[in-house]
Design a protein around this ligand. Structure first.
Ligand code: MF3
Ligand code: CO
Length: 269
């Protein structure tokens, strides 16, 4: 989500019952993404993937959360190549050599799951494959930092520590978020440390993670810079320099025993 000027507030702590509902929502999202990963072949349009997503969410008893969110017109986001996030599915066929980010959200009995993957379509150059895997690993590092007593800024530092030495651009102004009965709850979670510099975000740096906090962690990396622009459709976010971008996301819960990934059948990333 974007870092639009909301005042940071403390996140709600979820009960065991609420976490169980979020786990069910998360499993729906995990299963749908797994179907979409298999369906995403050269020649398939992103609109077709969107139709599959709607069918697969509803058949599992979920409600699509993206449709109608701020008037968003589809069930998933499908972002190709230099598109970072919030790509609107359409008539474009995915092609051999593309990298495709699919972001999916579902609601189960009022509770949300939100997760994204980036996949290679057919034969993709090595630097693009590395970008995909390293973005995933930056998410894994971020998830691993989601431990009781750690600070919010430790999540952001984990992304920086993984991505920066490898030379990737770390997207600014888009980041993770609390999640629960709404897709976007407090706190907003910066992907790039520079986003903690504003006066209203500075106070969030030292915020400590607590058991029962549920957050969506979603780093976005590029083969170029961190700069972005929003396209004419007013949704799709592009890299300003046209460089390739990848995006991974999981919804997790902070527990005394470490992070549990809710949008995965195994509880692991
Ligand atoms: N995972 C994306 C986010 O947190 C979901 C975008 S939902 C949309 O920003 F409806 F706005 F597309
Ligand atoms: Co999200």
């Amino acid at each position: 989500m974007t870092s639009d000027s909301k005042t940071p507030r403390a996140p709600t702590i979820k009960s065991a019952r609420e976490i169980d509902l979020m786990r069910r929502a998360g499993h729906i999202v995990a299963d749908v993404l797994s179907v979409l990963r298999d369906a995403a072949r050269p020649g398939v349009t992103t609109q077709e993937l969107d139709m599959i997503a709607e069918r697969e969410i509803r058949s599992r008893g979920g409600v699509p959360s993206f449709l109608g969110y701020l008037d968003y017109p589809a069930h998933i986001c499908a972002s190709l190549n230099e598109e970072i996030v919030h790509g609107i599915p359409g008539p474009r066929a995915i092609a051999d050599g593309d990298i495709l980010s699919i972001d999916c959200g579902a609601i189960y009995e009022g509770y949300h799951g939100d997760s994204a993957i980036t996949i290679a379509i057919g034969n993709v150059p090595k630097d693009a494959l590395d970008l995909i895997e390293d973005t995933r690993l930056s998410m894994v590092a971020c998830i691993d930092a989601a431990r009781v007593g750690n600070k919010l800024i430790d999540l952001t530092k984990a992304i920086r520590d993984y991505a920066q030495p490898r030379g990737y651009g770390i997207i600014r102004q888009y980041g993770g978020h609390g999640i629960g009965t709404a897709m976007h709850e407090e706190p907003w979670i910066a992907n790039n440390l520079a986003d903690f510099d504003s006066p209203e975000r500075r106070s969030l740096r030292g915020f400590r993670l607590r058991p029962g906090m549920t957050v969506a962690l979603e780093p976005m990396l590029t083969l170029g810079g961190w700069q972005t622009y929003v396209g004419d459709d007013e949704w799709t976010v592009f890299t300003q320099d046209g460089s390739l971008s990848a995006h991974w996301e999981h919804t997790i819960v902070v527990t005394e025993d470490g992070p549990e990934v809710l949008t995965s059948r195994t509880g692991q990333p």
